[in-house]
Ligand binder design. Sequence first.
Ligand code: OSB
Ligand code: MG
Length: 368
Amino acid sequence: MRIQQIHLHHIRLPYVHPFETSFGRELSREAILVAVESDDLTGWGECVSGSGPWYSYETIGTAWHVLADFLAPALLGQEISQPEQVAPRFSRVRGHAMARAALENAVWDLLGRAQGVSLATMLGGARNAVPVGVSVGIEPTLDELLAQVEGYVAAGYARVKLKIKPGWDVQVVRAVRERWPQLALQVDANSAYTLADAARLAELDAFDLLLIEQPLHHDDMVDHAVLQRRLRTPICLDESIHSPEHARWALDIGACQIINIKVGRVGGFTAAKAIHDLCMARGAPVWCGGMLETNIGRAGNLALAALANFTLPGDISASARYFHHDVAAPDFTLNADSTISVPEGPGAGVEILPERLAAARLRHLALG
Ligand code: OSB
Ligand code: MG
């Protein structure tokens, strides 16, 4: 298929509930939706960069620049018949994985639609519903946190992830564990600690956590390997893993036992699948992270999480956990067994809602 036009849509959607991590509190999600057109078909991808360089150096502004000035020009007018043909065309671009992923993933959707095949099938999915959990942000008080967790447990989530930071860790995890002794529980520090905090982090071993996600520096592997030797709880890396090579290095040096795969952070479905395959061969479980996506990104996450080695519950919650009015349909709902069904329609299996897109849009650019 010949890539004839590419559209960038910068949108903003208010969250149902503010989301706070160790790097700050946000009231709404900004995203870039990328539309790739060939004849009468359109494929969609979501860029998960943040409004500021907190989780990653990428922002809406850098991704817009890299998409408009480098990535889209590398794809426009090209003949593409396999989604794996996209990443090599971007090989001159260093970094900017979230920008690359948005465009590559739009092409996966486009080709799936053209062939009438679901994204999960294209990727080699092994299940039609995936186990999921919910990522619970830092709250102003412990009571408010407990109320949030209570709501999610009542809604049917069997796995909860708590955001932690120094001053909001052991006592919070203890309170949640005492109230829900059976709940599958894990924590995410988003790089808020250093090796000097190892003794504090080791206190978390008492609470039967599935994993501790990215406790140390966002670029580190060496200190994580040292820390892992002092913890019983498995370390899971998120921010530090940008490629299959990073995954191999981290496993080789014992920096983690588990990897959180985010398709945006690693540059698209091709790289995400490669990391999945490598971890499977090495006996390391993976799970699908989330970036508070719209239904466009969430549909892709569900397809990815259908692969066999995604054995831990993903940060893929029901649409109602994120936004009142998503830009794409259908909304995703939680099944009674704390799973979400993988979309079965062609491509990612969701449809953009043009009037919702228009209402959420801050900027639009047409290329080609
Ligand atoms: O570290 O996993 C993270 C959201 C934004 C930035 C980083 C992270 C997150 C989440 C959200 O935890 C999980 C979700 O999308 O439900
Ligand atoms: Mg994380």
